[in-house]
Ligand binder design. Structure first.
Ligand code: RRO
Length: 310
């Protein structure tokens, strides 16, 4: 019997396994490394980093919701220079594969971030986050506008050249995600990360005021998994050759398998890690078992399987 091939590719980047952290849910991986060797998963996807250090939004910035949670972090982080000086060397010393997520306030800032990454050795891919819901106004959610999305990716592509693969993270909060995907693929994206959180809000009925200081936040967790499956399915149907890193409410191997069947070549685990730090490893082991029990010889055979006979 041939050995089961669990490896995956996201554009030109190869990974021995298809499970990843989700950006923002494991910072730069230090805390998770107490629980398992980071090398054992596909890659660590780091928290979206901006040009300058940012304190993020005021508290409270988390809220529990049925089958999920809201976050309103607001891009807290040390800024790219500190990140490159501390986090990347630490990750590489620990033999982790790394996907660096970047976020800018405008098209130029994304290009400056890309320039700083261009000469960094050892990065597997860059995730261009154009879909953070916790920015000052909706005009800054580039992923809600086809032209703005295209411009950001075009700038990053030109700056990075062909050396580092680019994944672009999209928002499901749009009328037609396929149209946004088309724009960023035309601009040079190698793959897509689907999906970011969904804009939501909780009002505390005791105080009769919004629970979050930032009022709105991004909804994550199992509640959004059907939205992720739908977005991945639609985009894979339109662009079957473009690799998708899927995320949204994955807690088990069965959940990850659902995203793979929809068209994901890799799966990120985010919110589940907060209650189970081993979630990425558990999901990885369970997915391997499920794929083998279904008779697949490789992960790749299962990607997009739900589209068969369409
Ligand atoms: O930092 C955040 O508040 C945040 C980001 Br960058 C994102 O992409 N998605 C999200 O739910 N929160």
């Amino acid at each position: 019997m041939p050995e089961f091939d669990f490896s995956t590719t996201l554009g030109p980047a190869w990974f021995p396994t298809p499970l990843f952290t989700a950006s923002g849910c494991a910072s730069s991986g230090k805390e998770l490394s107490q629980f398992f060797p980071l090398r054992d998963i596909g890659a660590v996807v780091t928290k979206s980093i901006m040009l300058k250090a940012r304190p993020g939004r005021p508290t409270p910035r988390m809220a529990e919701t049925p089958s999920g949670m809201l976050n309103s972090i607001g891009l807290q982080g040390p800024g790219i220079d500190t990140f490159l000086a501390n986090d990347i060397p630490w990750l590489l010393q620990h033999n982790a594969r790394v996907i660096v997520s970047i976020a800018g306030e405008n098209v130029d800032e994304y290009a400056v971030l890309a320039r700083k990454l261009r000469s960094v050795e050892g990065i597997s891919a860059v995730e261009v986050n154009i879909s953070c819901p916790n920015v000052e106004n909706r005009g800054l959610v580039f992923a809600c506008d086809p032209q703005a999305s295209r411009l950001v990716v075009d700038g990053v592509r030109r700056t990075l050249g062909g050396d580092i693969p680019i994944l672009v993270k999209l928002s499901p909060d749009v009328t037609d995600i396929v149209e946004i995907a088309r724009g960023v693929i035309d601009a040079g994206a190698d793959g897509l990360s689907l999906i970011n959180t969904i804009l939501g809000m909780v009002i505390n009925v005791d105080t009769m005021r919004p629970h979050l200081a930032g009022k709105t936040g991004g909804l994550s967790g199992p509640a959004i998994r059907p939205v992720a499956v739908r977005a991945i399915y639609q985009v894979h149907q339109a662009f079957p050759k473009i690799p998708i890193l899927g995320m949204g409410g994955v807690r088990s191997g069965r959940d990850a398998f659902e995203l793979v069947l929809a068209g994901a070549s890799g799966v990120s685990v985010g919110t589940a890690t907060f209650s189970n730090p081993m979630a990425v490893i558990d999901v990885q082991n369970q997915l391997r078992e499920i794929l083998m029990s279904k008779g697949f010889n490789s992960l790749k055979e299962a990607v997009g399987f739900a589209h068969r006979d369409e």
